[in-house]
Design a protein around this ligand. Sequence first.
Ligand SMILES: C[S@@+](CC[C@H](N)C(=O)[O-])C[C@H]1O[C@@H](n2cnc3c(N)ncnc32)[C@H](O)[C@@H]1O
Length: 271
Amino acid sequence: MSDEYLSTGFADVDSAKDMDAYVDCLTLLDSLAYYQEYKIKSYELLQLRQGLMVLDAGCGLGDDACRIAKRVLPGGKVIGLDASVTMIEKARAHELATQLPVQFHVGDVNALPFSDNSFARCRIDRVLQHIPQPQKAISELVRVLEPDGLLLAYDNDWGTFSVTSQNVEITRTIENLWCDSFTNNWIGRHLCDHFISCGLSDIKIYPGTCVINDFQTADKVYNLRKTVQKAIAGGMISVSEGRDWIEELIYRTQMGSFMAALTAYTVIGKK
Ligand SMILES: C[S@@+](CC[C@H](N)C(=O)[O-])C[C@H]1O[C@@H](n2cnc3c(N)ncnc32)[C@H](O)[C@@H]1O
């Protein structure tokens, strides 16, 4: 099993010992119906059309940037930016990257290498949960957005993370430990505050809840086993409590009653 802890490692993917853990996580999430639906909804809310200049900040493997590029043809262009050199290399190697008007740059969303008013649309998807100054990042995105341009952010609210189990105390311990390991664990519910502080108008909020029904998938994207190990190492639960909790979740998957749920928010505003 990889050492990587996904809640903290996405802040600096290039320092990871096992890069595949991050690539596999993004690839797996992108394959889930819930993710495909909210991502398509985000393109629709952005009112993408031919000729627009679009920024996807924290673009990861470049899948959104390529899908958006198809929607701004002809004449439009998409820039995908990510802090990780490795992510940008993977995005540049995307099978569609050479056929579409899309470019990928290494850069920090807190200090965007673009002039004021450069983009008609900006999008940031599950990045703010990992960075220390989300307000700074949003103000940078607003700076590079042209007047009347639209900014869309999607992010998780880890305070809503729930796993169904008989053992209330152990479940609370694991949920809270995972939630509190994120730099901005409640960013989802604070997106609207940041949009208002940055002077955006016509703000709309759309909640969505991702439900995963099998332990194996949930463990891959929510590090359930590793969080149990951390709780044991920190003296919060015993070895047998951790083992029994995981066994119940595996049993629930076999019985069809496993559930891990997480609410996230899509927020859109106009400059
Ligand atoms: C959870 S991934 C989401 C990737 C992509 N938006 C998606 O929906 O699949 C977070 C991404 O943000 C990037 N990232 C983290 N901190 C960043 C920063 N300060 N500036 C730009 N990108 C950053 C990471 O390298 C990673 O690719």
